[in-house]
Design a protein around this ligand. Structure first.
Ligand code: BGC
Length: 555
């Protein structure tokens, strides 16, 4: 049961409303499928023939392989960066839908022409669209999800990513044996379907109420929030939640206009500065890529073929299935144990798996023991990634930025994910591949991943705050009041609208103590932010934060 104070600042939610929030996770499928299909397609004989030439032994070169894979991440990097400002300007939902249309254009190019150049251009365009979709969808989901299940709902997004990767692998597995270009054209073309479903579904969902608040469109914000929570318009609970969002936004705006430059203000040592939050978001997404997960998902088929494993397609399909079935575990653990712990323990566990693969593969190269340990431990490693770093990295970047810098912060963090994704995709063939590549590191590359995963755990321990169970507005205050290591014990005391003396006096205006998890409450304290956010310091009429004022302004 939730504490009394909790109810006061978040409207109750119906099942239909949960389903609406969950649908937006479908965007993950687009992301996952698009990144996933390339692994199996690269291993297909028809593909090698179509894109290779007699001079290259009827296959693509290492440079082409690296370019084909990495160009998508270049597009997504640019798309994610551009999306930050656009999402504030025209709205979150509109940008996700626009991203889908750009993506469709990229798929058309990839499906209709067979030259490396066209494939690269098509993947670049599609990547641009995916960049829009991935960055803005995280903002959209975090802003519409009820806070007690926000972690789980945003994890559904990662779940959809994993389903996308698995579907791509299944389709590749089925079409691989075809003796025509359909073997790789079908997996590419199927992506139309995901983009179309997403466009259709999003057309029925409302815009984020927090976006409307940013734009000063209170009537629209109220209607959107009422739909998302499944409550009648003007219900006291909806109005109280809206007053809270509005009051917090007004407070944040005190710090002046938000430009790209101001996202980096305050110095990274200051626990609640913009610069610190951007640093956390960018580094967290970079570290997610340093786990080496895309070495597995981009190159596993060709890597397994390279170390002489039979049924490379089947094994890579199995890794994608493990990825899917392990992710839902995070729906529960992310709200039960919190974000921080999952990141720390996940990093350690992945590091152990990779270390053992590297040792066995190096000491007994080509042996049955090395092959078994590779297969089993890669699956175990994927299990740990999928239940920790996979979803949690996305959840955290949706939570740590306050509204004025949220879209820019999420955009930069997502762009960082794609930047490192791209760098890793470019470098891997050169580092890992044997005679054709230059590094020829083979299985020893797992030593590098093992070390980096350990670094991931240390980074999480030092830097990542615990955001579980807080509203997005409370996260902001928590980061102001305590360090990452103490954040797990921080409890919210009051809410923004109430601090300003504006919360309605109705049934929801309960005692000033609030729980962070089921049933826990803390006593009242002196809120530093609350003091600074005194009505005098806010150049808006205090009345504008009241439930009554929300109704007045909205009509
Ligand atoms: C990562 C992707 C990765 C996927 C695997 C996502 O969270 O950002 O790069 O391919 O997880 O499931």
């Amino acid at each position: 049961m939730a504490a009394a104070g909790e109810e006061r600042i978040e409207a109750p939610v119906t099942t239909k409303a949960y389903a609406m929030c969950a649908f937006s996770a479908f965007a993950g499928l687009l992301f996952g499928y698009d990144t996933g299909y390339i692994s199996s397609v690269l291993g297909m004989e028809q593909f090698k023939k179509a894109y290779g030439s007699p001079e290259t032994g009827d296959t693509y070169t290492v440079a082409q392989k690296s370019l084909i894979v990495a160009i998508l991440s270049c597009g997504t990097f640019v798309g994610a960066l551009l999306s930050g400002a656009l999402a504030d300007w025209v709205g979150r939902r509109t940008i996700i839908i626009t991203g889908c249309f750009i993506f469709i254009a990229g798929v058309v190019v990839q499906t209709t022409t067979i030259t490396v150049r066209a494939l690269v251009i098509g993947r670049l365009i599609a990547g641009l669209g995916v960049g829009f979709v991935t960055a803005v969808n995280i903002i959209y989901m975090s802003e519409i999800a009820p806070r007690r299940v926000r972690g789980s709902l945003v994890s559904c997004y990662q779940f959809a990513v994993t389903i996308g990767i698995m579907l791509a692998s299944c389709v590749g597995f089925v079409t691989e044996k075809r003796a025509d270009t359909g073997s790789f054209r079908i997996p590419i073309a199927i992506q139309f379907l995901w983009a179309t479903i997403l466009i259709a579904g999003l057309s029925f969902l409302p815009e984020s109420p927090r976006y409307h608040v940013r734009k000063g469109q209170l009537a629209k914000a109220m209607k959107a929030l009422a739909r998302i929570r499944g409550q009648p318009y003007e219900s006291p609970a909806v109005l109280d939640e809206l007053a809270e969002i509005q009051a917090n936004y007004a407070y944040e705006r005190q710090q002046g206009p938000i430009t790209w430059l101001s996202c980096f203000s305050g110095g990274i040592l200051n626990s609640n500065s913009n610069a610190r939050k951007i640093f956390i978001g960018i580094s967290l997404q970079a570290f997610q890529q340093f786990t080496g997960i895309n070495f597995i998902f981009y190159y596993n088929t060709t890597f397994f073929q390279g170390v002489g494993l039979q049924s490379a397609f089947l094994i890579s399909l199995i890794t994608t299935i493990v990825n899917v079935v392990s992710t839902p575990l995070a729906f529960y653990t992310i709200e039960r144990f919190g974000r921080r712990r999952l990141l720390i323990y996940g990093g350690i566990a992945m590091s152990l798996c990779e270390f053992v693969i590297a040792v066995v593969g190096t000491v007994l190269p080509g042996s049955q023991a090395a092959n078994y340990s590779l297969i089993v431990l890669v699956c175990l490693y994927v299990f740990f990634f999928a239940s920790t770093w996979g979803p949690v990295a996305w959840v955290v970047i949706g939570e740590i930025f306050q509204l004025p810098i949220r879209s820019k912060g999420v955009a930069l963090s997502t762009a960082s994910n794609w930047f490192w994704n791209c760098i890793i995709a470019v470098l891997i063939p050169y580092i890992v591949d044997g005679p054709h590549g230059t590094g020829g590191l083979g299985v020893k590359v797992f030593f590098i991943w093992a070390f980096l995963c350990l670094a991931c755990a240390v980074f999480a321990y030092l830097v990542i705050p615990e955001t579980k169970g807080l509203t997005l507005e409370q996260v902001d205050r928590m980061m102001e009041e305590c360090s990452a290591r103490r954040s797990g014990g921080w409890l919210p005391r009051e809410n923004w609208a109430r601090n300003l003396g504006q919360m309605g006096q109705g049934e929801n205006a309960g005692a000033g103590r609030m729980g962070r998890g089921p049933g826990d409450v803390s006593s009242l304290g002196t809120g530093t932010t609350a003091e600074r956010a005194s009505p005098d310091s806010i150049p808006m009429t205090t009345k504008s934060f009241s439930r009554e004022a929300v109704v007045e302004t909205s009509l």
